[in-house]
Design a protein around this ligand. Structure first.
Ligand code: FE2
Ligand code: FE2
Ligand code: FE2
Length: 166
C-alpha cells in the first residue's frame, strides 16, 4: 500500500471509527445496567453507524483480499499476537503487578492460539466447506468448533456463557 496522506487518513479513520463503534457498545451496556433503555438504544444506533464508517474506509484501503488470502492473513495475525504481542503484554503486566490485566492477556493469548488453529483447519478444508456451528465464550473469546463444551478450555466458564454464531 502506498503511504499517501489519504491512505494514512483512511487507516486513521478505520481505527478511530472501529474503536468508537466498540466503545459505544460498552456505553450501551452501561446504560442498560443503569436502566436507561433509550440511551442504550442511541448508543447502539450510533455504534452501528460508526461501524459503517469503519468498514467503508477499510474497503477503500483495499486490504480485503480473497477469502483464501483473508484466511491466511488472519492465521498469521493470530500467530503473531499469540507468540509475540500477548507474551510481552503478560510480562509487563506481571512486572507491574496488574493481576486482572495479566490474567486477561493470558486467557486472550490462549484463545488466539485456538483461533489460529481454526483458520489453519479452514484453510486445509476450503473446498469441501464442512458444515459446522461455532460457539464463542463470552468471557474469554475462545471459539468452539461444533457444540459448546461443558466448561471453556481457556477460562473455565460454563456452557451457558457460550453464544452460538451462525
Ligand atoms: Fe463516524
Ligand atoms: Fe483472535
Ligand atoms: Fe472462555
Amino acid at each position: 500500500m502506498s503511504d499517501s496522506r489519504t491512505d494514512n487518513h483512511l487507516n486513521q479513520s478505520f481505527v478511530g471509527e472501529a474503536k468508537a463503534s466498540l466503545r459505544l457498545l460498552a456505553y450501551a451496556e452501561k446504560a442498560m445496567a443503569e436502566g436507561y433503555l433509550q440511551m442504550a438504544k442511541l448508543f447502539r444506533a450510533i455504534s452501528e453507524a460508526e461501524k459503517v464508517h469503519a468498514l467503508k474506509h477499510l474497503r477503500l484501503m483495499k486490504l480485503v483480499g480473497t477469502t483464501e488470502e483473508n484466511l491466511q492473513a488472519s492465521f498469521e495475525r493470530e500467530i503473531s499476537v499469540s507468540e509475540n504481542v500477548y507474551p510481552e503484554m503478560i510480562r509487563v503486566a506481571e512486572e507491574e503487578g496488574r493481576v486482572p490485566a495479566r490474567i486477561s492477556f493470558s486467557q486472550t493469548r490462549d484463545a488466539e492460539d485456538f483461533h489460529a488453529k481454526l483458520y489453519k483447519n479452514a484453510l486445509a478444508n476450503m473446498l469441501d466447506e464442512r458444515e459446522t456451528t461455532y460457539h464463542v465464550c463470552l468471557v474469554c473469546g475462545y471459539v468452539a468448533d461444533g457444540s459448546a463444551p461443558d466448561t471453556c478450555p481457556v477460562c473455565g466458564a460454563p456452557k451457558e456463557k457460550f453464544k452460538q454464531v451462525d
